[in-house]
Design a protein around this ligand. Structure first.
Ligand code: PA5
Length: 445
């Protein structure tokens, strides 16, 4: 196992070991619900045993489809939002060169994202960029009816068809959607797109290890088999309740902190490549737990950047927060701080050290300062930013989320609150079928 979790610096704050242990029976019950399908939302548990059950033929199909897209396209646009976007984005960002957009790396196919916003300038500029490119599209929508990706797909499909003609364009489009339902399934069938299925029993935010995440990650040139292997190992390690189950320990600890008044969890990284992993994590926990006027608010910071922005608040602001720090033990590259004869910047005391040694001291110093300042600290260490470790980390967070939601007493697998904005948006846009809502909302304006 390449992941460690240390809760020592959360203990002796607003909670102690007994508070964490007191939640062990609830966690064991939650794990039983996840394993046996006996809890709320039990029709969305396909992710629990997914890593171990992914068939070799599906993985081969994804790899072959990715190879064809790499061969045929200079760039691929992955269209999707929420759970149909964030997992792939998180993994690709974590594994990519920080300057990937600016270097010409022929071993990688750039993945651009669309449908995760309805920014008019974003879409205009994307279309301009694609105008002289050989591009392909992976359109991802479980429901097949989500407005944001549907708009992006309509635009880019038309663009691709006008560049290549309908028949050729359809060979560069892959649709990932429900097996039978939804507008995208119907369109894919009519147009003859290559398709992959999102199983009914896997919710969007738990779908990164399905074709939803795996295809864009494979097109980007990363090793999906290693990612799945990592997830499989974590699946085994967290399958049963027990003192050595890290997902259980994380779920118990964060619930104990929540019960003691810590309402906000900040996921902290010291590696800019983890920014979108935190975005994925925010959706996973926010959409799973924020219900019935309950739930930890998931926030995130990127340090050192945010030490010079949010650091003041975290150190000294309202004491309703705790933090979970993700450390990456080993970097891929070594950079040594040089000696400077003039030493005008006074940095010679760290000359000869690796930049990562300084980063680790910034991290340790900050963790100590925050604990001293009343911010309980959970510490996750991953060995390195590679596919295997990310697979472990993803499954760890998913499993802990299911356990944690059940301990909290909500259904972690629905998202009723997401519908409210859609109803208002459709009413404001006078969508057919929303006449009453349109009248009601116009009366409020
Ligand atoms: O987690 C979820 O279920 C949501 O975030 C969905 O993934 C998101 O709303 C996109 O839905 P769809 O894939 O149906 O377009």
């Amino acid at each position: 196992m390449n992941i460690k979790l240390n809760i020592d610096n959360a203990l002796g704050t607003v909670i102690n070991r007994a508070d964490v242990d007191a939640l062990a029976p609830a966690a064991a019950t939650a794990i039983g619900h996840l394993n046996n399908g006996t809890g709320a939302g039990n029709d969305f548990l396909g992710w629990v045993k997914l890593p171990g059950e992914l068939s070799a033929s599906l993985i081969d199909d994804i790899a072959d489809t990715a190879a064809a897209m790499q061969r045929d396209c200079d760039v691929v646009v992955a269209i999707g939002i929420g759970g149909s976007y964030l997992g792939a984005k998180a993994v690709i960002e974590a594994l990519s060169n920080s300057f990937a957009p600016y270097i010409n790396d022929t071993t990688r196919t750039p993945i651009l994202f669309a449908g995760q916003n309805i920014g008019e300038d974003y879409l205009y500029e994307l279309q301009q960029y694609l105008a002289d490119k050989k591009f392909g599209i992976i359109v991802i929508s479980k429901s097949g009816t989500t407005t944001e990706p549907a708009i992006a797909f309509r635009l880019l499909k038309e663009q691709l068809e006008s560049q290549l003609g309908k028949a050729e364009a359809s060979k560069r489009i892959v649709a990932i959607t429900d097996a039978k339902r939804g507008a995208l399934r119907q369109l894919a069938t009519e147009e003859g797109y290559k398709t992959f299925v999102i199983d009914d029993n896997v919710g969007g935010r738990f779908s990164v290890l399905t074709p939803v995440g795996l295809l864009p990650i494979a097109v980007a040139g990363f090793d999906i088999r290693a990612l799945i292997d990592g997830a499989k190992e974590m699946e085994k390690a967290t399958a049963e309740a027990g003192a050595d189950n890290l997902a259980q320990l994380y779920a118990q600890t964060r619930n104990a902190l929540y019960n003691a008044g810590k309402k906000i969890e900040i996921l902290v990284n010291y590696n800019p490549k983890l920014h979108f992993l935190a975005e994925w994590w925010k959706q996973l926990y926010g959409e799973s737990e924020g219900k019935e006027h309950k739930g930890i608010f998931p926030a995130a910071v990127d340090n050192s950047t945010d030490l010079h922005s949010m650091g003041q608040w975290i150190q000294d602001g309202e004491r309703t927060i705790f933090e979970t720090v993700i450390s990456v033990a080993n970097q891929q590259h070594e950079v040594i701080i040089p000696t400077d004869a003039a030493n005008l910047d006074g940095l010679n005391y760290i000359a000869g050290k690796r930049v990562d040694q300084v980063n680790k001291m910034a991290e340790l110093g900050t963790r100590i300062a925050h604990v001293d300042g009343g911010v309980p600290n959970l510490h996750i260490t991953i060995d390195a930013l590679n596919e295997k470790c990310l697979g472990e980390l993803i499954y760890f967070f998913e499993k802990a989320c299911g356990i944690s939601g059940y301990i909290l007493g909500v259904n972690p697998f629905n998202q009723p609150g997401v519908e409210d904005y859609k109803r208002n948006m459709f009413a404001l846009l006078a969508k057919p079928g929303y006449e009453k809502e349109t009248e009601a909302i116009r009366a409020k304006l």
